[in-house]
Write a protein that binds this ligand. Sequence first.
Ligand code: SF4
Length: 250
Amino acid sequence: MQRVLPYWTAWMRAWPTPEALAEATAAEVIAAWGRLGYPRRSLRLRECAQSVCKDWGGEVPHDYDDLLALPGVGDYTASAVMSFAFGERAAVVDTNVRRVLARAIEGRESLGGAARVSERRRIDEYLPADKQQSVVWNQSVMELGAVVCTAVHPACDTCPIASECAFLAAGRPGLGERRTRPRQRFVGTDRQVRGIVLKALREAGPGARLEYRQVSALWQDAVQLDSCLASLDEDGLIVLGLGKSVSLPV
Ligand code: SF4
């Protein structure tokens, strides 16, 4: 959260409305995304703003299915917007929520992986019927999972629901097993190379073009570098020019 906050503040200052974001250039949003990771999301967010302007008169729709139809919006984002922005009853299902509920109510370790429809349905049954309470419930369970009922070292001693937790009562069977996803190695991956190229372009300033000799100085493995340049170009995150020079898209 702390890492994201400065980016979010700068982003909202630059583009406080869907109209403003819809008019930003691809290069501007990619540069503003900085080192947040998964830079394609910056383009999807801009597409989303463009769709909100074109199809919804600049107002974010107040309906789950309409939100889901927007570019880059999945169940999690649509539910979070419905609950936290509009105060509607919608279960916001993330890894933390799934872990807390699997442990506290079902007395088992969370299995991880993608949430099944049946699991979403079950979580929806736990959600309070009252709209206002459902929003507080979403925030509380998320927070509990983020700071108390963590994946490997849950702080059961200080947990406010310890006396009712089925997992604790059962002796915390299989604690920490089957983590949601093993942490991915980053050093040497294509993700790292792509990040290095985008960082160089951001630092070169608006409208800058880097020649291939400059780009090739960024990474030793020419084959991997070329494949990353091609994939960045394919994703619309850079423009490959003559002689493999690169620039951010306009
Ligand atoms: S008692 Fe422990 S396992 Fe149960 S919800 Fe609290 S932190 Fe999680």
